[in-house]
Every structure is written in C-alpha cells, then in structure tokens.
Ligand binder design. Structure first.
Ligand code: SF4
Ligand code: SF4
Length: 448
C-alpha cells in the first residue's frame, strides 16, 4: 500500500461528525408497505412507465425505461401491485410522475434475475449493456449512468482508473460501510471494470480516517485475478477530496483543465459503492434496487446504517430509527455540505441518495449573516479557484452573464466557501441559484 498526501489546492478541514454511524453494522430496513419510484432518478432523460395501474410486478422486474443513451431503466424493488402512476413529491422539491407499488410482502423474484458463474465469456459491450439494463448509476448528486461513463470514445485512452473511496462529506459513512462489509464485491466490480476498459491496473483512493476500510480493501485485493493489479492510496482527510478532479490531482499528480471531462485527461473515476452495484448487476443478475443509506444527525433517535429498498419513504426509515427527536430542526438529504434541505419527509429515497440527516440547532449554523469583510477566505479555500464572494454578488443582482464569464458553471457546489466565510454569507446557495438560472435559460434557448 502506498501512502499519498493530498495535492489539491483549497478545501477545508470540516467537522466530520462521522462517529455517529462509523462503527455501526448495516441493518436491513423492514419491508416498506409501498415504494414510490419517480421517473427522474438519473442524469439524462427521464423514464416512462412500461407498466399500468393494476399490474402485478415482481422484485427486480423492469417497470420504466427511456430510449435515450444517457438514461437507465427503473426496476421494482419489491413484489406487489402497481396502485398508482401519478405525480408525487420528489427529493428535488418538484412534483414528478412516479410509479407507486403496494408491497405484497412476498419478495417474489422476477425470472430475469439469474446469476452468472463468470464474466469472461461476455464481450465488453455485452457487459456494458448488462450494466445499463440493471439501471446502475454513479453515486451522488450527478447520478450519471455508469454504462455511459464506461463507453469510452474511440479517440480516448484510459491511463488512470481510479476507484473513489474518499467519502469526504461530513456525517456520511455509506461508502465506509460498503468497504468494510462488501470489500470482496468492490474488488470483483473493479476487476470487471478493468476487463471492460481493457486496463490491467487501477488505484483505490481512501481517506485516512477510514483505517478499517483500507485494511479490508487491502485484504480483499489479494484475491484479485492475477491478470490485474491494484494500488491502494491512503489520502489525507480533507474536504472535498472525493471530488473527482481533486482525487485525480492527488493520485495522478496533474490538474484537469477547466471545462474538460475526466476522460479527456485519460482518467475514469468511479465510486466504491457503484462497484458493488456493478458486481451485483453482472455476476448476480440483480438490478440496482437497494442500497446503504446513512441515517444520522443528533436529531434522529437512533442513527443507523440502513440497507433499504429504493423508493422507500423517508417516513418509513425514520420509524426504523426510533423517530425524530424534539430538538431536530433541519432535514437534509445527503451531506450537509453538498446536500439539500427538504421541507417534507413524505418523499422516497432514490438511487443517487446517500444519506438522510436530521440536524439540531447545535449542528446547523444559525449565526446572523453579516457584510463581507473582504478577508478572501472563500477564494483561498475554493478547490476550483473561483471567486465565490464575487459570484455570489453577481447572483444576488441577477447578473448572470457576468457570473458565467467568471466561470460560475465550474462551481461544484461543494459548500466550502460558505463553510469558511466568517460573515456566514450564503455563498453556495446564491451561486447554486445563479447556476440554475443559467441552466434554465440555456434549456429554454435550445427548445426555442
Ligand atoms: S465557489 Fe463553488 S466550488 Fe468554490 S468553494 Fe464555493 S461551492 Fe465550492
Ligand atoms: S469569506 Fe466571506 S467575508 Fe471573507 S471575502 Fe469571502 S464572502 Fe467576504
């Protein structure tokens, strides 16, 4: 194992608060009475239902799909009956067409779910097609379909295949739990990716606040096929080390120029939990229908690592965790730095979600916003080398063209600027708003 120190500029040492769940075993969530499957679950085109109200469905059966290349199908995580196809509240705050399945509690598996003994008798393209059909997407906000990431343009070559186990966000320990509990599956998933991309070497980067995960992954990597080699890098714990450009800088020792995709610089970065989903799709024939969610914060009675069906409601998961404490003030989906706070818990957990946080007054910053004191901290800490104070001002005055000219679309919405700002200015929220406005205007121009 090689020890590497972080090389990326900016970022911050934040309050990690991972101890609430870091030492807990993964617990299976009780079967939910129903699941809600929104047709928007991944980057790219939304899906359309291929079932109707009244249809009986089995666990793992495909229930929605799209024709577009950048999209993946959605599968029933339970067996039961389709009782509604209607607009339901989505974690993004909008009403979205969703399939609602009532659970028959039988867990009847669909006939299409068939395990494989080996992947080597499949062509690379066949594996990519299997991954698409299984609905596998990358973890986190982007929710980019994995088959699209693994489809490398002919004029590009993969120099660095990096498995991202940094999990730098505060509170979240889902990847840590996966590395400790599913290390063999992660290594098998990575081996399949190496076969698909025709590379013999990969690197796994894990932050050094996860020593047991590093140990388990190192043990599991000894069982790797001898055709392949894996190096494990222990990375400095620093936020946002898990952002793909930062992990590339730390491992490959170069900075990706702005506006370039990872593959333009010869890099493919994939998350450790995505490797588990990939292994299950290819070897077990199982689509992405369940995953580990971190349920944490001092506002939940029993913080837990919950293995739940996609589409389970947050309300149902709260019940599994003993309810919400009286002092809970804020509900956040995913991490406190990059996640979004939500006004309702009557929403389903999706493929791209990682955690549910219930935060108390002590855990959220309720300090009054003050005037900017021109300290420059937000600039010093921005990992993308932007000028957050200026971009935030442009956003407030709706000067979107100026914001775009000053690279607002390069912002990764990591939240570091707002975290370090002594005046507690909501820099990231303002910048996020400007980015949304610019995206909306561009979409409107395209559609004429
Ligand atoms: S401007 Fe964007 S990328 Fe830079 S620190 Fe703020 S949120 Fe992160
Ligand atoms: S960190 Fe806050 S106070 Fe300092 S320059 Fe940036 S916006 Fe102003």
């Amino acid at each position: 194992m090689q020890i590497k120190k972080s090389r990326f500029r900016g970022g911050a040492h934040i309050q990690y608060n991972k101890e609430l769940t870091a030492y807990l075993d993964i617990e299976n969530c009780a079967l939910p009475p129903e699941v809600i499957l929104p047709m928007v679950m991944n980057a790219g085109a939304p899906c359309e239902p291929i079932v109707a109200i009244g249809d009986k469905v089995k666990k793992g059966q495909k229930v929605a799909d799209a024709d577009a290349f950048v999209s993946v199908p959605i599968h029933a995580p339970i067996s039961g009956e389709v009782v509604a196809i209607e607009e339901r509240l989505h974690p993004n705050g909008q009403m979205v067409k969703s399939i609602v399945i009532k659970n028959d509690m039988q867990e009847t598996l669909h006939e299409s779910i068939q395990p494989r003994k080996s992947y080597q008798d499949l062509t690379r393209q066949e594996i990519i097609d299997i991954i698409r059909e299984a609905g596998v997407i990358g973890k986190g906000g982007a929710a980019y379909p994995l088959h699209a990431k693994l489809t490398i343009p002919e004029d590009k070559q993969v120099e660095y295949l990096i498995l991202n186990g940094a999990e730098c966000e505060a509170y979240l320990t889902s990847d840590d739990a996966a590395m400790k509990s599913n290390a063999d599956e992660i290594i098998k998933g990575l081996e399949i990716v190496m076969y698909v991309l025709n590379v013999s070497h990969a690197i796994i980067g894990i932050e050094d606040n996860k020593p047991l995960a590093i140990e388990r992954i190192a043990q599991a990597s000894k069982r790797l096929s001898e055709d392949y080699r894996i190096d494990i890098y222990s990375l400095d714990t620093k936020y946002p080390h898990g952002y793909k450009k930062n992990i590339i800088t730390s491992i490959a020792k170069f900075e990706s120029p702005s506006g370039m995709r990872s593959i333009d610089t010869g890099c493919v970065v994939m998350n450790v939990s995505t490797a588990v989903a990939l292994k299950r799709a290819v070897m077990d024939g199982m689509p992405l229908i369940e995953k580990i969610y971190t349920v944490s914060g001092r506002g939940i009675a029993q913080p837990k690592m919950i293995y739940a069906k996609i589409g389970t409601t947050v309300d149902h998961i709260i019940q599994q965790c003993g309810g919400v404490n009286e002092n809970a003030r804020k509900f956040v989906i995913d991490g406190p730095m990059m996640g979004i706070s939500h006004f309702s818990t009557h929403i389903p957990v999706l493929k791209g979600n990682i955690g549910l946080l219930f935060l108390t007054d002590k855990e959220i910053d309720i300090t009054t916003i003050r005037d900017c004191i021109r300290c420059g901290k937000c600039v010093d800490h921005c990992p993308v080398r932007l000028m957050p104070s200026m971009l935030s001002e442009f956003a407030l005055y709706e000067e979107y063209e100026k914001a775009e000219k000053h690279q607002v679309m390069e912002c990764i919405e990591c939240g570091t600027c707002a975290y370090v700002c002594p005046a507690k200015r909501p820099l990231t929220s303002n910048i996020r708003m400007a980015r949304q406005q610019i995206k909306t205007k561009k979409r409107a121009r395209k559609t004429g």
